[in-house]
Design a protein around this ligand. Structure first.
Ligand SMILES: Nc1nc2c(ncn2[C@@H]2O[C@H](COP(=O)(O)OP(=O)(O)O)[C@@H](O)[C@H]2O)c(=O)[nH]1
Ligand SMILES: [Mg+2]
Length: 373
C-alpha cells in the first residue's frame, strides 16, 4: 500500500472532524482497542484478533443503518461491505468510515486505530488520525502497562489533546488480585504524571459477558465489576470537553471561511416567520423544531440576510428547543453553544446557513430526539 496521504484525503478527514466531536482508541498492537470499542458500543462491530492487525483507521459515526465506506490515500471514497473488513482489501484504505446506530455515537464519533508500532508500519495512519481527534483513550494491557514505546509516542501528542485523554489499563481480568490491579494503577498514575484526565483498569472481556439476555441487575453489576462503568463516567466528562471544542471549531471555520465557499441550496426571498406551534407548545417535537428551522434557513437569501435576521432565527430555535422536554441536557448545552450565532463582522452568511442546516441535521439524527413523534 502507498503510505502517502494526499491533501484530498486529509481534507475529507478534516471535514468529518469539523462537524463532530471525536476521540480515538490508540495504543500498541493487540492492546485491546477494538475489544474495548465493542464494549463501549455494546455490539460486536469490529473484529478483535490475535494475529497482526489488518485494519486501517476505522472512523465510526452515527447512522440509522449500517453503512461502510473506504477512504483511499488519494482521497477517493468507495462503498464497502462488512465482509471487506476481514479481507486484505481493507488495508488499501487510509480509513474506513462506518455509520451505525449506538447510543454513544449520538454524542461523539470514535476512531479505532491500528497499533502504534505495528509490523505494517501503520504508524503513519495513527499520526494522521491524531490530527482529527479531541482526545484519546489510550489502551495499555495492564500486565505490561505503559511501556517505553507508548511513553515516547504520548510525549509527542499535543497538550490540548492529552488533557481530556484517558488511560485504560486493559485486560484487567488477567490480574491475579485486586491488590495487583491497584499496584499497577498506582505506578501508572505516577509514571504518567497528570498527562491523562484519568487512569482506569477495565476488562472488555468481563463487560462482554453482559449479553442482552442477561438480567438487568446482573448486567449492571458486570458493568461495574469490569470497570466499564467508571470508564463511561470519565468518558462523559471528556466528551463534554470535546463537544465544546467542536462547537468552537465550527465557529472558527465559519469566520475564516473563504468568500468562495459553495452557496447553499437555491435561495428564495421570503418573509421569515417563527413557527407558532414550536413557541407555544412545550411538548413540540424536536424534529418539527429542527425541520422548521432548517426550512426557514433554506428559504433565506444570504445576500439579503442581515446579522440581526440570523440572530433572531437562532434565538427562536433556542427558545423552542429549550422548551422541549425531549432533549438531553448535555446536548442542549452543546447545541446552544453551536447556535450562539456569529459575533464577528466578517461572517459569511451563505456558509453559515449551510453549516447550521447540516449541524441541525446531525442533531436531529441523534437518538436523543424522538424522530417523527
Ligand atoms: N483476557 C482478556 N483479553 C482481551 C481483553 N480485551 C481484548 N482481549 C484480547 O486481546 C486480543 C487483542 O484484542 P484487540 O481488541 O483486537 O486488540 P487491538 O489490536 O488493540 O484492537 C484479542 O485476542 C482479544 O480477545 C480483555 O479485556 N481481557
Ligand atoms: Mg484492533
Amino acid at each position: 500500500m502507498s503510505l502517502t496521504i494526499d491533501a484530498l484525503a486529509s481534507g475529507q478527514l478534516a471535514a468529518w472532524f469539523a462537524r463532530r466531536p471525536s476521540f480515538a482508541l490508540m495504543g500498541e498492537y493487540s492492546a485491546g482497542k477494538s475489544a474495548l470499542l465493542n464494549a463501549l458500543l455494546g455490539q460486536s462491530l469490529l473484529p478483535t484478533r490475535v494475529t497482526a492487525t489488518d485494519l486501517p483507521a476505522v472512523w465510526i459515526t452515527h447512522g440509522d443503518t449500517l453503512r461502510l465506506q473506504g477512504l483511499t490515500f488519494a482521497g477517493a471514497l468507495l462503498d464497502l461491505e462488512i465482509a471487506d473488513l476481514t479481507r486484505d482489501r481493507a488495508m488499501d484504505f487510509l480509513c474506513i468510515r462506518v455509520e451505525c446506530n449506538a447510543a454513544l455515537l449520538a454524542k461523539v464519533d470514535i476512531i479505532d486505530t491500528p497499533g502504534i508500532s505495528d509490523p505494517r508500519m501503520t504508524t503513519v495512519i495513527v499520526e494522521e488520525m491524531l490530527k482529527y481527534v479531541d482526545f484519546v483513550v489510550w489502551c495499555s494491557p495492564i500486565n505490561q502497562a505503559w511501556r517505553q514505546t507508548e511513553r515516547a509516542f504520548w510525549n509527542r501528542v499535543p497538550q490540548a489533546t492529552r488533557a481530556p485523554s484517558l488511560l485504560a489499563l486493559t485486560r484487567a481480568d488477567t490480574m491475579r488480585s485486586q491488590a495487583d490491579v491497584a499496584k499497577v494503577l498506582r505506578r501508572c498514575k505516577l509514571d504518567t504524571a497528570d498527562s491523562f484526565a484519568a487512569v482506569l483498569p477495565v476488562s472488555a472481556l468481563q463487560a462482554k459477558t453482559a449479553l442482552p439476555a442477561t438480567p438487568a441487575a446482573e448486567r449492571e453489576a458486570l458493568r461495574h465489576a469490569s470497570g466499564l462503568a467508571d470508564l463511561q463516567d470519565a468518558l462523559a466528562a471528556s466528551i463534554l470537553v470535546a463537544a465544546t471544542r467542536c462547537a468552537e471549531r465550527r465557529k472558527t471555520l465559519l469566520l475564516t471561511a473563504p468568500a468562495s465557499a459553495p452557496p447553499p441550496a437555491p435561495a428564495r426571498k421570503k418573509a421569515v416567520k417563527a413557527p407558532k406551534q414550536s413557541q407555544s407548545d412545550p411538548a413540540a417535537s424536536v424534529t418539527r423544531i429542527v425541520q422548521d428551522f432548517a426550512r426557514r434557513l433554506r428559504d433565506m437569501d444570504p445576500a439579503q440576510t442581515s446579522r440581526k435576521d440570523l440572530n433572531d432565527q437562532f434565538h427562536q430555535v433556542k427558545t423552542a428547543l429549550r422548551s422541549s422536554a425531549r432533549l438531553d441536557a448535555d446536548h442542549l448545552s452543546v447545541l446552544t453553544l453551536a447556535l450562539k450565532g456569529p459575533e464577528d463582522a466578517t461572517w459569511d452568511a451563505a456558509r453559515l446557513v449551510t453549516q447550521v442546516h447540516d449541524d441541525l441535521k446531525d442533531f436531529a439524527a441523534g437518538p436523543w430526539c424522538t424522530i417523527g413523534d
